[in-house]
Design a protein around this ligand. Structure first.
Ligand SMILES: [Zn+2]
Length: 282
């Protein structure tokens, strides 16, 4: 059976800035990689050039996303929601905002994709959304529900061709030991790690998982450049360059050229670890 992977992520850029290296590696190795993005990214942080044209931003980000997914070697699907902002952002109150979406309908959209594409492996954000972004948390919630509903003929009986149960569900994460190094580098550079990001609203000290929680590590050092090339397509988001100024590329590749995941279903027992998302999943 052909290996198929479906990543369901919140924003245009999460596929590249997030598990882009892993997605590029699986695509290059022959897996059908499908990338579903929930929102249009209009509430995302914007670089100076786009400050006054937010209304055009959705179209710009769509083009950037299409280009990035092509670089990664994936197939793009849009869930069609409006971006919510970070915690307390007024964008969160917009009736079309992803976090205001009808959950049954949103789960149904992912159920449809699962039944149509028949992926063995599903990836999404973890329950904390990585840095507590409401859209990431919503994405985790609906994708987890869809993972468990897609194979059940009694749920969403009118959606998609036939019930299909994927075998593995993974959450993206980051070991907090790297976060601790980043925090140290920030402090050395005189930056406040509790006010990270372009909007200064991300508390880095709350980001990342304890290494004991991480079940699955994917080495993508051979695809490091592909991830960078995909990230660079997101020009309106700065192309992912803010972090890369902090240390030389070869060192980043060696230190950060692995993605970390928590296998959410089925649970890995006895402290077992794996290096392949498809391990014994066909
Ligand atoms: Zn995001």
């Amino acid at each position: 059976m052909k290996r198929t992977l479906l990543a369901v992520l919140a924003h245009p850029d999460d596929e590249s800035f997030g598990p882009g290296g892993t997605l590029a590696r699986y695509a290059a190795e022959g897996t059908a990689v499908h990338i579903a993005i929930a929102t249009d990214g209009v509430a995302g942080s914007v670089v100076e050039a786009y400050k006054d044209k937010r209304e055009q931003l959705a179209a710009v980000r769509e083009k950037e996303l299409e280009a990035a997914v092509a670089v990664l070697g994936g197939t793009l699907h849009n869930l069609g929601y409006r971006d919510s902002g970070y915690i307390n952002d007024p964008a969160n109150n917009h009736p079309q905002a992803f976090i205001q979406a009808d959950e049954t309908e949103a789960v149904g959209k992912v159920v449809r994709l699962i039944r149509e594409l028949q992926p063995q492996v599903i990836l999404t954000h973890d329950e904390t959304g990585g840095y507590f972004h409401p859209d990431h948390i919503m994405c985790c919630k609906i994708t987890t529900a869809a993972f468990h509903a897609a194979g059940d003929a009694t749920q969403y009986p009118d959606i998609g061709p036939a019930p299909f149960q994927p075998k593995r569900l993974f959450y993206t994460t980051m070991p907090n030991r790297w976060v601790k190094i980043m925090i140290l580098l920030m402090r050395l550079r005189g930056k406040d790690p509790t006010r990270w990001g372009r909007n200064g609203d991300i508390d880095m000290t709350r980001v990342g998982a304890d290494p004991s929680q991480i079940t699955t590590t994917i080495d993508y050092r051979d695809y490091w450049d592909v991830k960078l090339a995909a990230s660079a397509q997101h020009t309106s988001q700065g192309g992912g360059t803010s972090f890369s100024r902090m240390m030389p590329g070869w060192l980043q590749k060696q230190l950060f050229g692995r993605d970390s995941f928590i296998r959410a279903y089925p649970l890995l027992r006895n402290g077992r670890r794996e290096k392949d998302l498809f391990e014994s999943a066909g």
